[in-house]
Design a protein around this ligand. Sequence first.
Ligand SMILES: Nc1nc2c(c(=O)[nH]1)N[C@@H](CN(C=O)c1ccc(C(=O)N[C@@H](CCC(=O)O)C(=O)O)cc1)CN2
Length: 283
Amino acid sequence: MILDGREVSEKIRENIKKEVEYYLQRGYRKPSLAVILVGDDPPSLVYVGNKRKACEKVGIKSLFYHLPYNTKLEELLELIAELNAREDVDGILVQLPLPPHIPMQEVILAISPRKDVDGFHPENMGRLLGRLEGGFIPCTPLGIDLLLKHYQIDLKGKDVVIVGAGFIVGRPLSALMLWRDATVSVCHIHTKDIKKYTTQADVLISATGVPHLIRGDMVKEGAIVIDVGITKVGNKILGDVCFEEVKEKASAITPVPGGVGPMTVTALLLNTLQAYKKNVNKG
Ligand SMILES: Nc1nc2c(c(=O)[nH]1)N[C@@H](CN(C=O)c1ccc(C(=O)N[C@@H](CCC(=O)O)C(=O)O)cc1)CN2
């Protein structure tokens, strides 16, 4: 079975659109998301473009701040402070990666946790760990969770193996999968024998950005395989998973493109709607 992130996203986005229309018909302002991109990293330009198009389609206003590569930390923090103070801005996202002279953690800390629709602020990460209501869950983990739910894949008691312990996906995803009652293993660059883990996985999730790292012989028969990796090689987009080999063994698999990518964008729309609803309902 193919886990079709485009199709599932379409359905969720229709509901988001309806919900936004509900508020507009009652005279409320549009929800709005401020998107900040520093520099011209080609994949980031594509992702930001996808996010902005998706916002527009569901009725979320997107404000785009495209800053030059040599922007100083102070300038970026000033813009974030301005956006934090604006009542008409519900969500703020700074596209990652940032240029190396800008420390990511300082930037994330500067975003108001109430507007942090990426869910990267320590307050939101802490809420995820503590399962406290009201925070934002990082978009890729949330998108994967929604995809699994759509296909009624229950994780209780399952062995979930995550390859990649990054800040954007692996770490928050491990917390979320634990809350779904899975037994979670996280492999990373220092893991001695990755295959020892992946061949045991009921659900294998790879988020490394290494094209075709996961081969057919690394996957258990009947496993569910989620591919978060997305790398442009020549004019092809490749995932972490060698789809042609792994699809023969997996009972369910996400394609690249069209799997986790669209779900990440959909999760961003949901988080922005959540931030908006809190704002308009507070008065
Ligand atoms: N501020 C953030 N930066 C980054 C995040 C994030 O969640 N917040 N995650 C990743 C990349 N990412 C989100 O920005 C992302 C990845 C992929 C897609 C997507 O639409 N993929 C499409 C194919 C796109 C293409 O043609 O290349 C697909 O998979 O079908 C959207 C967003 C890093 N940075």
